[in-house]
Every structure is written in C-alpha cells, then in structure tokens.
Write a protein that binds this ligand. Structure first.
Ligand code: FS2
Ligand code: SF4
Length: 514
C-alpha cells in the first residue's frame, strides 16, 4: 500500500504495511481502485447532479477515518464504473501518481487530497439541499487533470483553483447550515452528563443530529455531542430541543479511551472513526458515508428517511449512568463556550475595531485546525495559555479541545477565547478577517492577525489551499508539515506565501509579537 494523505502517516513518510489509522493494504487497494475509477469516469461522463453526487460520496469515503468497509467501497466502485459505457477505455492506475516524479506527485496529491476535503463539505451541504454547479464540475475537471497534466506550472494553478473551489464550498455549507438551522449564537455547553439513557453523536453532520433529535424527542433519551459536533449546540433550530443536553468527551483521537464501557451508544455521522475496541464495539452505530465492518449502519430509505430505532433501543437497554457524571474538558473545566459564527462576531465588530484602535487589543490569533495523537500537539494549548491578556484567540475545529474548557478572561466585553465552530467554519474566520481588513483599509496580511494552524486530514488540506488562494501569508502549521509536500513544492509555499512550521510557543509568540 501507499498512503501518506494524513498527518499520522508512518514515520512521517508513508504508510506501506498498515495504516496508523487502522487501514490495511486491502482497503488501501480498494480506495486506490475507486479513485482510479473516478478518474476514468471523469473522462467520459458529464457532471449531472446524480453523477456529481456519486463522485462526491466516493471521494468522501476515501478520506481518513471515514469508511473502513472494503465491501462498501467495492460496491461504490462498481456504481462508478457502471456510469461508463463498456467500450470506454478504463486504464488509470493510481501507481502512476504515487510513483511519479516527486514534485508532480506532490502537486497531484495536493489536488486530490484537497478535492477530498471539498467533497466532504459539499456532501454536508447537498444533504441539506444546497448544491453548486461549479463545485460539481470541478470534481470532473480536477480528476481529469490528475490523469492528463504532467507539468508543474499547470498543476500548481490547479492547486490554487482547488483552494478557490473549497472557498465556494465552505460558503455554500455555511449558507446551508445557517439557512436551515439559524445563525449560531454564543452558547455555554456543559460537560456534565445527566443520569438516564443517552446517545452520543460524533462527526460533523448537523442534518443527522436534527433527525436524531426529532426521533428521540419523546423517548426519554438525552443526546450529547462529541468532537466536532460541539458547535451544533449554538444553532437555534438544534438547541431548541431540551434533550440536547451537553457535550461528552474531547477530540477524535481520545475516542477509544472515552468510549470505553460507555453506558450509551455512539452514532458516527462522519469522520473521524477509529477501529472500535471490544469494550464498546457493541454500541457503535454508523450512518451516511461512515462505515466499519461489523458495526451497525443506519441507512437511508428511498424517501431519504433514517430509522434510528436500533440506536434508541440500545440507549434504553444500556440505561446510561445512574448518577450525574461531573466530567470535564482537557483542563478540568466543565463548560465549553461555542457559537461565535461570522454573524455574531461581525455583530460586535465595532467593539473589536474600537479595541484595536485604542490599543486595548494588540493582536488576534487564529489557533485552529485538527487534533491528533502526536505529543507535539500540546503546543497549541501551551500557545493559547501563553497569549498575552491584550490579545484575542479565535479557534475552530477539533484541535480546540486541548484548551476550550479554559477561562482565559475577557477583553473589551468579549471572551478572549472565541470558538467559531467546526473546521468548515474557517469560512467565518475568513469573513471576519476580510471585514476587519475593510474597516482598516488594509489587506488581511496587514492586520494584527496571525494564523497558527494544526492539520490532520484532508479537510485541513483544502482549508490550507483556500487560505493560500486568498493570498494569506505567514501561516504557521504543525505539528509537522505534510509528508506529500516535496522539498520543491515546500520551497514555493515558503517563498510565495511565507508558510512556516511551528517551533515552540514561546519562540513563535515572540516572533509574531515582535
Ligand atoms: Fe477533527 Fe476529524 Fe473536522 Fe477533521 S474531527 S480531524 O475530521 O474535519 O477536524
Ligand atoms: Fe496512513 Fe493516514 Fe493513510 Fe491511514 S490515512 S493509511 S494513517 S497516511
């Protein structure tokens, strides 16, 4: 197998025998097969809405920690192949990408992995009925280009276009989420768990949570979010359910520890699923694009409905805790404040602007991105703890669970730590940055704003490409640089965009604040 698409790739180079994520060579081969089938099909079929939907799902299924079921990937591959006339020439082999010249492989990897991130975000939007022809067409264009292009200059242009399309996609998902569930409002979420039956929902999908909340509303079963589902508490149309009680646990990489002997089922709506341990595997349920062999999958019927009865029955049978559990976040705090989308933050933009003008607010940091298992990721909590009192910290995605239960005080009537939401809510952060640049009549790069990002999987790749497409410079990235970025491609990113690896919180803070 050859897989280096995520941050935990073996030895920081490539997974060749078995994936650190649990992916085995057979699954890696199936994933290569489906991507090759998509590349072949992209040469012969148009981007009708049905075709785009299938391409999107197939790409999403190959993201890290999403679908571990070889049989499901195989049947999805058959579906893709069935689009193509028998006489068509099917010949693409992913080995031609993995064994290409270092820089070409690197650029094609950036395009493919970024495209997977786009597919994930667009998938969530499509479920809510929001699609975009430009995004649909881009799947086909980018996949065709992976087969046909071999010059670095054209590939680099396509890398930037992937960033642009991801920006369009994040905007679409933002519109889908806020028009369907309302604009998030600041919400303090408890980490305590009430006695009685409950279900833990993890992943990223708001629609699945809404369906589950509706299905459980009279059942005496409480719902707790996990991981990237935390920001769901802030959406009016989701928080209106009184049995959406609180948040359980921290980020995805702690699930095997946190779900151990949990007296409740867990519903995985999207990534990140890890191989379930025996101590809780009888209570794992998957839905939409997530699947794991042997785990119960909640499918969708012909009318788009899902029957959550098995999850609800499991919750009732397990019964939940007998007493209230005083659980906490990573630092012992028992609340997590979330819900600062662009609507809320721009609503108080005058306060931020006044604070910057008066000198009360010296700098804004965006400390956001994925979490993961590497010990080097403690950098991000240390960084936040070390930020001076006259600075503001924006955050988003699952990396925040290392510090989002901390109370780091207030500035100008605002909390110093502002959670903007899931990883796709990077869109909110960009909107706020652009609005501030407008007020100060400067470019985003001239604002007292620094981006300190953590990456793990391919959605983070697509967000990084968006930031580069927007011309945002001097992004710090960690805990390590992507293995699929070749030295020459890295040189381009460093020289043109000032991308740099994180060092230590002290040194980076000193460099930023001068
Ligand atoms: Fe975190 Fe995992 Fe959100 Fe990533 S829960 S690493 O998928 O997209 O961020
Ligand atoms: Fe390795 Fe990541 Fe690929 Fe899994 S997804 S096989 S951990 S590089």
């Amino acid at each position: 197998m050859f897989c280096n698409q995520c941050e935990q790739t073996t030895k920081g180079v490539c997974c060749v025998k078995i994936g650190t994520c649990g992916k085995d060579p057979a699954l890696a081969a199936r994933q290569d097969e489906i991507v090759a089938a998509l590349i072949d099909a992209s040469r012969y079929v148009g981007h009708s809405s049905d075709n785009a939907k299938l391409f999107e799902k197939a790409l999403f299924a190959t993201l890290t920690n999403v679908n571990f079921d070889c049989e499901k990937i195989r049947s999805l591959t058959e579906e893709v192949r069935s689009l193509v006339n028998e006489a068509a020439e099917l010949r693409f082999d992913m080995q031609s990408v993995w064994t290409a010249d270092d820089d070409i492989r690197s650029l094609k990897s950036l395009i493919l992995f970024g495209l997977k991130g786009v597919a994930a975000y667009a998938y969530h939007a499509r479920i809510l009925g929001y699609t975009n022809d430009e995004i649909d067409a881009f799947y086909f264009k980018a996949l065709r280009a992976i087969a046909s292009l071999s010059d670095a200059e054209s590939l680099l242009q396509l890398v930037m276009e992937t960033g642009r399309i991801n920006f369009v996609t994040m905007a679409l998902l933002d519109r889908a989420n806020t028009e369907t569930y309302g604009h998030p409002t600041p919400t303090a979420v408890t980490t305590e768990v009430e006695p009685g039956p409950f279900i833990v929902v993890t992943g990223h999908d708001l629609h699945d949570l809404a369906l589950l909340l509706e299905a459980t509303k009279d059942k005496g079963v409480n719902i707790y979010t996990h991981g990237e589902m935390l920001p769901c508490h802030a959406y009016p149309e989701l928080k209106k359910y009184p049995h959406l009680k609180g948040h359980f646990g921290t980020a995805w990489q702690n699930q095997q520890k946190e779900f151990k002997n949990l007296p409740a089922p867990v519903l995985f709506t999207t990534n990140c699923i890890m191989p379930p341990k025996a101590s809780y595997e009888d209570r794992v349920f998957t839905t939409s694009v997530v699947e794991y062999p042997g785990m119960m999958h909640i499918g969708t019927d012909a009318d788009g409905r899902k029957d959550f009865t098995p999850v609800i029955e499991k919750a009732i049978a397990l019964g939940g805790f007998t007493e209230k559990q005083h659980l906490t976040g990573a630092n012992g705090g028992s609340t997590m404040l979330t819900g600062f989308g662009h609507n809320t933050v721009l609503g108080v933009a005058d306060k931020v602007v006044d604070a910057v003008k008066s000198g009360a607010l010296k700098h804004i940091f965006l400390v956001g991105g994925c979490d993961g298992a590497k010990s080097g990721r403690s950098y991000y909590a240390e960084f936040v703890k070390a930020t001076p009192k006259d600075t503001l910290v924006l955050t988003l995605a699952c990396g925040k669970f290392r510090f989002n239960d901390l109370d780091i005080g207030e500035i100008g009537g605002l909390p110093r730590l502002i959670d903007m939401g899931q990883c796709n809510d990077a869109y909110s952060a960009i909107k706020v940055a652009v609005a501030l640049a407008d007020v100060f009549k400067c470019s985003v790069n001239d604002l007292p704003l620094s981006l300190v990002l953590s990456w793990y999987e391919q959605k983070a790749v697509s967000i990084l490409l968006t930031l580069l497409y927007l011309g945002i410079r001097d992004i710090r990235i960690g805990p390590s640089l992507p293995a699929f970025v070749s030295p020459n491609v890295l040189k381009v990113l460093v020289e043109n965009y000032g991308v740099k690896p994180i060092t230590t919180p002290e040194a980076d803070l000193k460099a930023i604040l001068g």
